[in-house]
Design a protein around this ligand. Structure first.
Ligand SMILES: C[S@@+](CC[C@H](N)C(=O)[O-])C[C@H]1O[C@@H](n2cnc3c(N)ncnc32)[C@H](O)[C@@H]1O
Length: 230
């Protein structure tokens, strides 16, 4: 223990329980840290994306999944608990956030999950040396319009290296003026909106959490334009 108290962090573990109509259920515990950084808290988008993963859990087994801007990492951790090979990432400039990604893995006894610093829009050795990917995740990564293109540049780079991969992302509507459409067009990518009711996420309470509340959250799947595929 640090006698000055300077290194002590205040952590609260939140439990999310995913269920379906069968008897199957899965509880994931993730740490929230009292800290001004956005990545230290679970956002409504994360619960919705995790619910989408839960409803597609059979597809995740043995797939390689990378989460961008993972923060507390609820979706990535759920994917790992469902049998995916997972890499979690957040900005290389937020070491405390990366430390919290590792804490999320520890809380779920996930020893094989890799945690990396990947900053959107930057080419780094860790980005270039990533293994083959099947699914890229991003929960609430479109929250600051000046970063939208950096997020999509990283996604476009990864999809060009993995042309069959998909970017599964949730977006919280904060302003009717924001749009990623022109950027998708510029980077030659397609977007399909997935209706929340199609995977049981059209509820204000999800996985035992009231986080979704009345927020307007959208689920999208982004891919390369098919004419780029061979
Ligand atoms: C609104 S939080 C969402 C966190 C988490 N995905 C969730 O939904 O609970 C945005 C996340 O993006 C990360 N982030 C912000 N700027 C970034 C950048 N330039 N590169 C990579 N990650 C970044 C933050 O550290 C934070 O974890």
């Amino acid at each position: 223990m640090d006698p000055t108290g300077a290194n002590e962090v205040s952590i609260a573990y939140k439990v999310f329980t995913f269920e379906d109509n069968s008897a199957e259920c899965l509880s994931v515990s993730v740490p929230e840290v009292l800290d001004p950084q956005y990545g230290m808290y679970v956002w409504p988008c994360a619960v919705v994306l995790a619910q989408f993963l839960w409803s597609h859990r059979e597809e995740l087994k043995d797939h390689t999944v990378l989460e961008l801007g993972a923060g507390v990492s609820l979706p990535g951790v759920l994917a790992a608990r469902c049998g995916a090979k997972v890499l979690l990432s957040d900005s290389a400039r937020t070491p405390l956030c990366l430390e919290n990604c590792r804490r999320s893995c520890d809380a779920n006894r996930l020893r094989d999950v890799v945690v990396l610093g990947l900053t959107w829009g930057e080419v780094s050795p860790d980005l270039v040396l990533l293994p083959k990917l099947d699914i890229i995740l991003g929960s609430d990564v479109f929250y600051e319009p000046r970063d939208f293109e950096d997020v999509l540049v990283t996604v476009a780079f990864l999809l060009r290296k993995n042309p069959r991969a998909q970017f599964w992302t949730t977006y919280q509507e904060r302003s009717a003026d924001w749009s990623i459409e022109p950027l998708l067009c510029r980077w030659n990518m397609n977007c399909v909106d997935i209706q929340l009711e199609s995977f049981g996420a059209d509820k204000s309470e999800l996985a035992g959490s009231t986080l979704p509340g009345s927020h307007s959250v959208h689920m999208m799947i982004i891919t390369l334009n098919t004419r780029d595929l061979d």
